[in-house]
Write a protein that binds this ligand. Structure first.
Ligand code: KIV
Length: 259
């Protein structure tokens, strides 16, 4: 049975931890889905990990659509969520509805994610939910604001803690079904998780959240640089290099293919 946003919300109340990862193509989507990941995010981090940009800002809605369609073809069970990329929703609520609508209609994702919890973002979430588009919020470090905030941990002062907490509450009230908490102190993530009735999915937010997400290239050891809170479970860059070197030597020594 495909996982729904309702299921994700129920798991918070059952204290069942939510497992989320990012994907950017068919093969990765299929592997993550078959490995039992609950929520697969076509994150705009693909701008950096799949397209080689320095930030997430350059990726366009059309590029996100291309990747989302490929992942969709590989995913049968996990809840599929796609990021609204930079400048595909900030201009107006109408622009957000149009962009999110395309992701649901053309790529078949079940929900979208957008960054920020200011009053404009909250109004956008409310309108998307009103037209039937489930939304995942994202507060704390929001990479689309890198030129304003950098990649620093957020919520370190009392004022910033209070702002992030009220943004999370406002996003829940606007109808978000879940919320990503990125690179904030674990005590703040814990406070938000206790306060909200929707699940919190942490990345660099400590253990006291309802689920965890990682950028999959960090988990696999494919990234050339990764944030301090990421964990690699395998060094795929090294494994791929060894495999390519083996192939290369066998070709040069005329050992592959065998007759
Ligand atoms: O784009 C992305 O990969 C994300 C994760 C950091 C959650 O938004």
């Amino acid at each position: 049975m495909p996982i729904t946003t309702q299921q994700i919300m129920e798991w918070k109340h059952q204290e069942r931890a939510i497992v989320a990862l990012t994907a950017w193509d068919f093969a990765l989507g299929q592997v993550l889905d078959e490995a039992g990941v609950d929520l697969i995010l076509i994150g705009d981090s693909l701008a950096m990990v799949a397209l080689g940009y320095d930030t997430t800002l350059p990726v366009t809605l059309d590029e996100m659509l291309l990747h989302a369609k490929a992942v969709r073809r590989g995913v049968k069970r996990a809840l599929l969520v796609c990021d609204l990329p930079f400048m595909s929703y900030q201009e107006s609520v109408q622009q957000a509805v149009h962009s999110a609508g395309r992701l649901l209609k053309e790529a078949g994702v079940q929900a979208v994610k957008l960054e920020g919890g200011n009053p404009t973002a909250v109004a956008t979430v409310a309108r998307l939910v009103e037209v039937g588009i489930p939304v995942m919020g994202h507060v704390g470090l929001t990479p689309q604001s890198v030129h304003r905030l950098g990649y620093r941990q957020q919520g370190t002062s009392l004022a910033a803690r209070e702002r992030i907490l009220s943004e999370a509450i406002a996003l829940e009230q606007a109808g978000a079904f879940a919320i990503v908490l990125e690179h904030i102190p674990s005590s703040l993530a814990c406070q938000i998780t206790q306060k909200l009735t929707i699940p919190t999915i942490g990345i660099g937010a400590g253990p006291d959240v309802d689920g965890q997400v990682l950028v999959t290239s960090d988990l696999l050891g494919l990234s050339t640089r990764q944030p301090p809170f990421a964990k690699s479970y395998v060094n795929l860059r090294e494994i791929i290099t060894q495999a390519v070197r083996s192939f290369s030597s066998e070709v040069k020594e005329r050992k592959f293919p065998v007759d």
